[in-house]
Design a binder for this molecule. Structure first.
Ligand code: SAM
Length: 239
């Protein structure tokens, strides 16, 4: 039996209203009607089993029948910060895989060698990808994707993380042992242009450990998924 369809809504009480794109998808694509059971999510980490009571032109009304805490969130806070890439599909790929792997916060940044430009529509699209990925992998929350206009502010946004990892293509060896990670982790990946020496130095000054991913230069999207997977494995999330 396939899992119940999942929808994010703004507010949940004894009843909830599904509207906007989530409503259109439920009604027109999934053909969900009165009496159907679904899971509603409010991004709090709780999951609400609900039954469709009424379908109107622009919204549907649901009665909540049960609530529980979602069981698929990662135990630790892991944040992925990555340099915004020129190819939209690659940015979406990184966001989607990060959500599947359990990342709880995602930041995209512009840096010295990046040549792609962010705008409100592109950021909204990345947030939509995060939401869809979260539903698909049965998480009960999705990370908001935040844009930082410069690397320094992106790095500063994770100042309180216990482990801060800066994937540096010119690092000769890693300054930390990834096999011994525990606690919260911030991961930084550069864009296709990579990082400058000054940016790596700035990261070091902000408490980041330079990390090598080996002797080959990986594409940014490969590096993002590879390092996030290694971190999640070390934290015991991939077993
Ligand atoms: N333009 C850069 C160059 O020619 O050396 C390569 C940048 S790489 C495509 C994009 C990002 O992936 C890098 O900034 C880094 O964060 C990460 N990365 C790729 N290969 C890596 C490696 N071997 N070690 C550490 N980080 C790596």
């Amino acid at each position: 039996m396939s899992a119940l369809k999942r929808f994010f809504v703004d507010a949940i009480g004894e009843t909830a209203i599904l509207s906007g794109e989530e409503f259109e998808h439920a009604k027109n694509v999934l053909r969900i009607g009165v009496g159907a059971e679904v899971i509603l999510l409010d991004n709090s980490g709780k999951e609400y089993t609900a039954v469709v009571a009424q379908v109107e032109k622009k919204q549907m009304l649901l009665n909540i029948v049960r609530e529980e805490i979602g069981s698929r969130e990662a135990n630790e806070e892991v944040c992925l910060l990555f340099g915004y890439l020129k190819n939209a599909d690659k940015n979406e790929f990184i966001v989607q895989k990060a959500v599947e792997l359990g990342v709880k916060k995602i930041g995209v940044f512009s840096s010295e060698y990046s040549s792609a430009y962010m705008n409100a529509n592109k950021l909204e699209r990345l947030n939509k990808v995060a939401k869809e990925a979260s539903k698909q992998c049965l998480r009960s929350t999705y990370p908001e994707v935040v844009y930082y206009a410069d690397l320094s502010s992106a790095l500063a946004s994770c100042k309180d993380y216990q482990n801060k990892l800066f994937a540096c293509e010119f690092a000769e060896k890693s300054q930390t042992d990834l096999r011994k990670l525990s606690g919260s982790v911030a991961i930084v990946i550069g864009s296709e242009g990579g990082f400058s020496r000054a940016e790596a130095q700035n990261a070091t000054q902000q408490g980041y450990a330079l990390v090598s991913l080996g002797k080959r230069i990986l594409r940014a999207e490969t590096a993002g998924v590879a390092l996030t997977s290694v971190v999640m494995f070390a934290l015991g999330e991939l077993q």
